[in-house]
Design a binder for this molecule. Structure first.
Ligand code: DX5
Ligand code: ZN
Length: 224
C-alpha cells in the first residue's frame, strides 16, 4: 500500500508560513485544519490562509474541514486548489451529494469520523469517497494523545475497502508520531497526519522521512 505523510500546519509558525512549508517539501500532502468554533471548540484558519498556503508550496493541499455546514463551504476549498477536501460525517447534510460535487470539481473527496462515530453506516457507499479519515483524537487541537482503541475501526474499514475491491485511502489524524504510526499502519491506515511530531522535531524534513519509513515497514508486515 502506498504510504502518504501529511504534516498538519495547525501549530506551525504562521509568521513564517512559506519557510515552514519549505521545511516539509518532501511531504505527500500539507494537511490544513479548518475550525469554526462550532463543530469543534477551537477557531483556526480559513480560506485566506488556505489560499496563502496554496501559493507558497507545490505540495498538494489536504483540507480537513472541522466546520458546521460543510455542504455550503467545502466547494470553496476545492476551488482554491485543494487536492483533497475532507468533511465530517457528523456535520454534513448530504455526504453523497457533497462528495460528488467535490469530485466534479477535480478534488479528492474525504469523509471524516470523530472517535465515537461508527464506520458501519457508510460501508455500502465507500465507493463515493477517495479517503476515509478516522480521527485518533477528538478533533479540535493538536498535541493530544493517540486513541489506540480506534484501531479496530481502521481495520474494519480496510477490510470493507478490500472486499469491495476499491482504492480508498484511510487517513488517521491525531497523536501520530514515531511511537504510534506503526500500529496505525499495521491496522490498515495508509495516510498519516502528523502535526506536533513534525513541527516540534528539530528537523521537520527528516521527521517526515522517518515517519514514512516506519509506516512503510509496518504496512508491509500488516496482516489484515
Ligand atoms: C486535530 C487536527 C489535527 C492536528 C493533529 O483536530 O485535526 O490535524 O493538527 O495534531 P497532532 O499531530 O499534534 O495530534
Ligand atoms: Zn486534521
Amino acid at each position: 500500500m502506498d504510504v502518504k505523510i501529511s504534516p498538519s500546519i495547525l501549530n506551525c509558525d504562521f509568521g513564517h508560513l512559506a519557510d515552514e512549508l519549505e521545511k516539509i517539501s518532501n511531504a505527500d500532502f500539507v494537511h490544513v485544519d479548518i475550525m469554526d468554533n462550532h463543530f469543534v471548540p477551537n477557531l483556526a484558519l480559513g480560506l485566506p490562509i488556505f489560499e496563502a498556503a496554496a501559493q507558497a508550496t507545490t505540495v498538494p493541499l489536504d483540507a480537513h474541514l472541522m466546520i458546521e455546514n460543510p455542504d455550503r463551504w467545502a466547494p470553496a476549498y476545492a476551488e482554491a486548489g485543494a487536492a483533497s477536501v475532507t468533511f465530517h460525517a457528523e456535520a454534513c447534510q448530504a455526504p453523497l451529494r457533497l462528495a460528488r460535487e467535490l469530485r466534479a470539481q477535480g478534488a479528492r473527496a474525504g469523509l471524516a469520523l470523530k472517535p465515537a462515530s461508527p464506520i458501519e453506516p457508510y460501508l455500502d457507499i465507500l465507493n463515493e469517497f477517495d479517503m476515509i479519515l478516522i480521527m485518533t483524537v477528538e478533533p479540535g487541537f493538536g498535541g493530544q494523545s493517540f486513541i489506540e482503541t480506534m484501531m479496530p475501526k481502521v481495520t474494519r474499514t480496510r477490510r470493507a475497502i478490500e472486499a469491495a475491491g476499491l482504492d480508498v485511502w484511510i487517513q488517521v489524524d491525531g497523536g501520530i508520531s514515531r511511537s504510534t504510526i506503526e500500529q496505525a499502519a499495521a491496522a490498515g491506515a495508509n495516510n498519516f497526519v502528523a502535526g506536533s511530531a513534525v513541527f516540534r522535531a528539530e528537523d521537520a524534513y527528516a521527521e517526515v522521512e522517518k515517519l514514512r519509513e516506519l509506516a512503510a515497514g509496518a504496512c508491509q508486515h500488516a496482516s489484515i
